[in-house]
Design a protein around this ligand. Structure first.
Ligand code: ZN
Length: 314
């Protein structure tokens, strides 16, 4: 039988699992609820049991699986060690060793979920065909992943790719989740865009479509109104794009990837969003025409399982 590989994306609510051909074709995917009680002790046994069950249903022998990769929502050391993973309740453990033990010694590799998702987009998504990409995920927060020469760059301290916490804006009074002030995440995440809109509405008296949403305005509302030509919404997105374009320019001058891949819920706004970012990115990188372009992610919530599966193929 043709060999297979498995990708596992461990999230706070569900664990996504996918079985892949070695060429990246997804054969089957499913989800397992994440049981976080008692320090998350049940999570890996649940995943192992579920994998055994599905492999049996699919008539795939455990021996025909070359290995599994795993994305974990927190910092992961090179050897797979996790000091603390707040979202899962894990502390002082090596999840990849544990899972390997539960699956008859199957090779398992793990990495931070944002980095793993970036690897997935490089392999089969918006960055397919490229070997050097930086992914920026605009969701509730802003995540990032740096892939150079088809390898995740996580840095000596696991901080590489933390684009959301680059300090970019002077004068910000509120604190970011990282305790900093003025982070990219504070202006360009879905949460940040909504806050920016609330501030714009409070600071001005202009008529705007945004006002119908009041304080519960969402990033999607802002983008929809901006697309419809609403001046205040466009002003908000101009601010967001200015800071994002600036952040990408800094990353470009630091690692010079081939491509930026923009993902996360906010990226559903499509090329409308990337065109806005591109305008400032170009303005802030006059040094050369030959530099990273900006593309959209294509794998959505599956990026994690793709990247995890790719992780074990190295
Ligand atoms: Zn921050």
């Amino acid at each position: 039988m043709e060999k297979k590989c498995i990708g596992i994306d461990i999230g706070g609510t569900t664990v996504k699992v996918g079985i892949f051909e070695l060429d990246g074709t997804l054969l089957k995917k499913w989800e397992v609820p994440t049981r976080k009680e008692e320090g998350g002790v049940s999570i890996l046994p649940d995943v192992a049991e579920s994998i055994r069950k599905v492999l049996k249903e699919e008539n795939i022998e455990l021996a025909d699986v070359v290995g599994a990769g795993m994305g974990i929502p927190g910092p992961v050391l090179e050897n797979g060690y996790v000091e603390v993973c707040v979202n899962l309740g894990w502390r002082d453990m090596n999840p990849q060793e544990i899972l390997s033990g539960l699956l008859d010694g199957m090779p398992i590799r793990s990495g931070n979920d944002a980095n793993v998702a970036a690897l997935g987009e490089m392999w089969q998504g918006g960055g397919k065909g490229y070997s050097d990409i930086v992914m920026v995920t605009l969701g509730t927060g802003v995540g990032g992943g740096v892939i150079l020469n088809q390898k995740i760059i996580s840095g000596k301290h696991g901080l590489a790719g933390e684009i959301g916490h680059i300090r970019i804006r002077e004068g910000e009074k509120e604190h970011c989740n990282c305790k900093g002030r003025g982070c990219v995440e504070q202006v360009a995440s879905a949460t940040g865009i909504a806050r920016e809109a609330r501030r714009a509405m409070a600071a001005k008296t202009d008529e705007s479509m945004l006002r119908q949403f009041g304080d519960v305005v969402t990033a999607k509302d802002v983008l929809d109104c901006a697309k419809a030509g609403d001046a205040l919404a466009l002003e908000v997105m101009d601010t967001v794009s200015y800071y994002l374009g600036w952040a990408l320019a800094m990353v470009s001058m630091t690692v010079d990837p081939e491509l930026f891949v923009i993902g996360g819920g906010v990226s559903k706004a499509g090329t409308f969003l990337t065109d806005l970012i591109q305008k400032y990115y170009e303005e802030f990188t006059p040094i050369s025409e030959n530099k990273a372009g900006i593309a959209l992610a294509t794998l959505g919530n599956d990026a994690g399982i793709y990247g995890a599966a790719r992780l074990i193929l190295d």
